[in-house]
Write a protein that binds this ligand. Structure first.
Ligand SMILES: Cc1cc2nc3c(=O)[nH]c(=O)nc-3n(C[C@H](O)[C@H](O)[C@H](O)COP(=O)(O)O)c2cc1C
Length: 358
């Protein structure tokens, strides 16, 4: 039997397999951050994952950086997610919610009425552009958060985690990767603060650990997890001291008890899995760029406890079955990743559906 199908314990859960559905923004929610009914089908179709991790979900109105992204701070949002978790559980699946705050990556288009600037550790604009339905738009200069706002935002994460559990999720993943608020604090180029959240590595990591600890206190370590992207430059992030920074972070993580660490990074210059895995004492998920063969090989070598699949799983709702029988794979369609509606969302066929259509 393939090592993918060896059970894995995380927190209080036992996963049937080690094939994890990657968090992926799909921009199908309405403008209030409420998921449509067909999002229930989307996640349920993929319930054979060892664990599903949802798209990044906004912890507050100021967190929203992308069109039609869902939230987890209002009652109607929670209700819409409860239908997803009920349906996934009815199929025997397990599901964590990824939560985030986009910080300086938010365009004013997506922020509450009257708010002119997004917030960030410091007033440093990102180079680059963000997707809107009217085309790409330049990032804007953010406003530096006050120390009080930083503390309130920690609380927003804890509240979001509490709401996610109320919505029926098995746990919550903090999005500490890909240039959003948590990584903006960790970075050397966006964090120029002079209070206790800036300067030394310990100070730059303070926000991350306050968020993590607040969530562990709120929902328990067994239901809390974290994604990081060491050295990743997505969304114009620089970590000039990445090696020392992540040494510190991993050391601190080892003092805490939580469900898993997910490392998925777009660093062209370095493979971080062999750097982090040996230092980290908990359950380790490896992501980005894996195929069945490379994932299986890494698991067999003890280089990870589970493999996170993004685009392959998006396009193949029955990916674990396809891996098991070495079946052909559907191709993904980039053009429908973020478009509204059901096309490219719930219409990728399973093997059985493809056979029936032939
Ligand atoms: C459409 C799309 C949306 C994504 N949204 C998120 C997200 O919300 N949160 C996150 O942590 N990563 C996000 N990612 C990154 C994926 O989780 C994953 O790391 C990436 O697709 C690389 O893995 P892969 O090579 O298996 O596809 C997204 C990727 C894609 C393709």
């Amino acid at each position: 039997m393939s090592i993918f199908f060896k059970e894995l314990k995380i927190g209080n859960l036992v996963l049937d397999n080690r094939i994890i559905y990657a968090p992926m923004t799909r921009s199908r929610a309405n403008d209030e951050g409420v998921q449509p009914e067909f999002t229930v089908d989307y996640y349920t179709q993929r319930a054979s994952a060892g664990l599903l991790v949802t798209e990044a979900t906004n912890v507050s109105p100021m967190a929203k950086g992308y069109v039609r992204t869902p939230g987890i701070y209002a009652e109607d949002q929670i209700e819409s997610w409860r239908k997803v978790t009920d349906s996934v559980h009815a199929k025997g699946g397990k599901i964590f919610m990824q939560i985030f705050h986009t910080g300086r990556i938010a365009l004013p288009d997506f922020l509450p009425e009257g708010v002119e600037k997004p917030v960030a550790p410091s007033a440093v604009k990102a180079n680059g552009q963000n997707y809107t339905d009217d085309g790409m738009k330049d990032f804007v200069e953010p406003r530096e958060m006050t120390t009080g706002e930083v503390k309130e935002t920690v609380q927003d994460f804890a509240n979001a985690a509490k709401n996610a559990i109320a919505a029926g999720f098995d746990g919550v993943e903090i999005h500490g990767a890909n240039g959003y608020l948590v990584q903006q604090f960790l970075s050397t180029n966006v964090n120029k603060r002079s209070d206790e959240y800036g300067g030394s590595i310990e100070n730059r990591a303070r926000f991350l650990f306050e968020v993590l600890d607040a969530m562990i206190a709120e929902i328990g370590g067994g239901r809390t997890s974290l994604r990081l992207s060491p050295g990743g430059e997505f969304n114009d992030i620089k970590e000039d001291d990445a090696e020392e920074l992540y040494d510190y972070v991993i050391n601190e993580l080892n003092k805490r008890d939580f469900a898993y660490l997910h490392i998925g990074t777009f660093d062209q210059n370095r493979n971080w899995h062999p750097v982090i895995r040996p230092k980290f004492e908990g359950v380790y998920f490896a992501g980005v760029g894996f195929t069945k063969e490379t994932g299986e090989k890494l698991l067999a070598a003890g280089g990870a406890d589970a493999i996170v699949f993004g685009k392959l799983f998006l396009a193949n709702p029955d990916l674990p079955k396809r891996f098991k029988i070495d079946a052909e794979l559907n191709e993904w369609d980039n053009s429908t990743f973020y478009t509204p509606g059901t096309k490219g969302y719930i219409d990728y066929p399973t093997l059985d559906e493809a056979k029936a259509a032939n």
